[in-house]
Write a protein that binds this ligand. Sequence first.
Ligand SMILES: Cc1cc2nc3c(=O)[nH]c(=O)nc-3n(C[C@H](O)[C@H](O)[C@H](O)COP(=O)(O)O)c2cc1C
Length: 417
Amino acid sequence: MHRLNQVLLAMDRLVGADLAGWLAHGGGTGLARALDHPAGVIGVLAEADLRGMGGAGFPTHRKWAFVAAAGGSGGDRYVVCNGNEDEPGTFKDRFLLEHAPHQVIEGALIAATAVGANHVILYVNPHQTEALRTCREAVAQWLDHPLLARLAAQLGGAVTLAVVPSSGLYIGGEETAVVATIEGGFPFPRKKPPYPGQSGIRGAPTLINNTETLAHVPHILREGAAWYRDLGVGAACGTKLYSLSGDVLRPGLYELPMGTTLEDLIFSFGGGMLQGKEFKAVFTGGPSNTLLTKRDLDVPLDFESVRERRSRLGTGAMIVISEGTSIVRKVAEYVQFFADGSCGQCPPCKGGTFQLARLIHRIDTGRGIRADLEALENLCRILPGSGRCGLIDGAVTVVDSSLHTFREEYESHLLGR
Ligand SMILES: Cc1cc2nc3c(=O)[nH]c(=O)nc-3n(C[C@H](O)[C@H](O)[C@H](O)COP(=O)(O)O)c2cc1C
């Protein structure tokens, strides 16, 4: 079993909205270093190999470099911390915003230093009322802090730091929907390019990062890239928050070295399966990825290794299910979530998620026929890539993966079986 390495969740750093408490435990050092050498920040993140924790695992330094280079110099520029978090099984960002908002704010201010942004926004899910409250309190404490004044002086003008509630809808977490919401509209995603990094809020270059991604940044700047790299297992770097839920003895939020195996997470840290239950599968990275099964228990939970098993680490959510739990029922629940969450702009997504949900519900309730299974397979072939954002792809992936791995369960639900 790998050691428990807590960086984000170390007890002395969970100070809620108390800025003095955060500063007393080394907070502010990373931002001060960034302000001393703004041009070096992106290089440090590249060396640390920090990845986006919002789902895609995109290299953070590349996104920052893109925004830093966009739109020439001068004019407005935004950094947005994405705290919408509405996917089933993911509860890491809410925890950070409630218990460690200063780590996140400092990370966002370091980002602003690196890309030259004069507006910093914490975009928070309004259903998470405690997170919204802590963030507002925390922001108020930063407003007259000398480090913020230093950033403003460096940028040659005022810096704004604010909390903006999201719509609380799942789709509102997609990056172009984030932009639309902050501009005051409905969270309709739009076609990319242009990416928000080129043209985001009111046309200005906008850096959007997940809450956890930003929470890692102050520690990397303070302790150095080599220290951060060393925290991971093997070639993997740093730590990761894993949201463990489902039929395990100790569900919860775990910060572990990136690359900890699935087996260690479930059976060592998570205490194993609930009494009398046997492991069946995991919805990895939330409900929108390929299922992992018993033969994948040895997979190191890092972006590359999980991709090699044709799945994705995603947000790090692991929903564990046991033998005796119906895969068809679970998939039906998740597909309904996507169908409800589709914004309706793209007919293939709205109609496609509706059809997927309808067919799986029919099969789940024992009314499905073989042609329904074939219709599901056809939809899985034609729907990917048919929406402006990734919602339809997530819905298709979970259906396709469950059909592939647990086909006999679908068959056994068919009418007359
Ligand atoms: C339907 C949909 C919902 C999303 N919801 C969130 C979310 O709640 N939080 C988040 O950080 N990223 C979410 N994303 C991913 C964002 O579009 C974006 O990639 C992410 O915020 C970038 O941050 P990162 O580079 O730090 O991972 C969502 C994407 C899609 C397609």
